[in-house]
Write a protein that binds this ligand. Structure first.
Ligand code: ZN
Length: 220
């Protein structure tokens, strides 16, 4: 007799793919908390404008209940510096969550639907994290959020994004180099800005960090 095995998690990716960290194509947004307490997240987060828009449109679609979904993209390691980073390329709204004003659960049905979509549409991408909203609350991870994060997103490079749609605030929760996660410390991110495009970030608790190289004309 044989029993069918249902695999609920994708095949483990033991190592990040090689890449070139796209600092030059991005703008660095730092959260208010990062500015007050500088820390070093274990991984650098990049987000495409497409993913940023999708997450915000979804977040604004229900101003009373917690809603959320998955962050799809790639986990990479810079070929020159060895620095690890993720690129959040897509946001995939979860359709089958059980909703409640301070309560959100990714159901088994929604997890299965997500892995089916990933296999079909994004076979070369990874589940780099998840996002959810905290309407009329602050940006933090509750005990239930921490439980979900550690259960379903256990890798050191997987992140949680929390968005508060009323005040337009948000933050990324990123494990540190030792794998620890602070439920109150959230970071900004690097917005990937295509050539000749402007920034579209409107989260009010983030400020752009201007580095020395910005605004400098390149001379060949
Ligand atoms: Zn939460």
């Amino acid at each position: 007799m044989t029993t069918a095995n249902i695999r609920l998690l994708p095949i483990e990716t033991p190592t990040p793919q090689p890449g070139y960290i796209p600092f030059k194509q991005s703008r660095h947004w730092r959260s208010n908390i990062e500015q007050a307490h500088p820390g070093q997240p274990g991984i650098t987060v990049f987000m495409t404008q497409k993913a940023y828009v999708r997450a915000n449109v979804h977040a604004q679609s229900d101003m009373d209940n917690e809603i959320g979904g998955w962050l799809i993209g790639n986990w990479r390691k810079d070929q020159e510096t060895g620095e690890e980073y993720i690129v959040v390329e897509r946001c995939l709204p979860a359709l089958h969550t059980r909703r409640g004003s301070a309560y959100l659960t990714f159901t088994q049905d929604s997890q299965l639907a997500m892995f089916e979509i990933m296999e079909e549409k994004f076979p070369d991408k990874e589940l780099v994290g998840w996002y959810h909203t905290h309407p009329k609350m602050s940006v933090f991870l509750s005990n239930h959020d921490l439980f979900l994060h550690n259960s379903f997103f256990p890798h050191h490079w997987q992140v949680a994004l929390v968005i508060e749609p009323h005040s337009h605030t948000a933050g990324y929760f990123i494990r540190d180099k030792d794998g620890n996660l602070d439920a109150k410390f959230y970071s900004g991110f690097h917005e990937l800005v295509p050539e000749r495009y402007c920034s579209i970030v409107r989260w009010t608790n983030m400020t752009e960090e201007l580095t020395g190289s910005e605004g400098v004309m390149e001379n060949e």
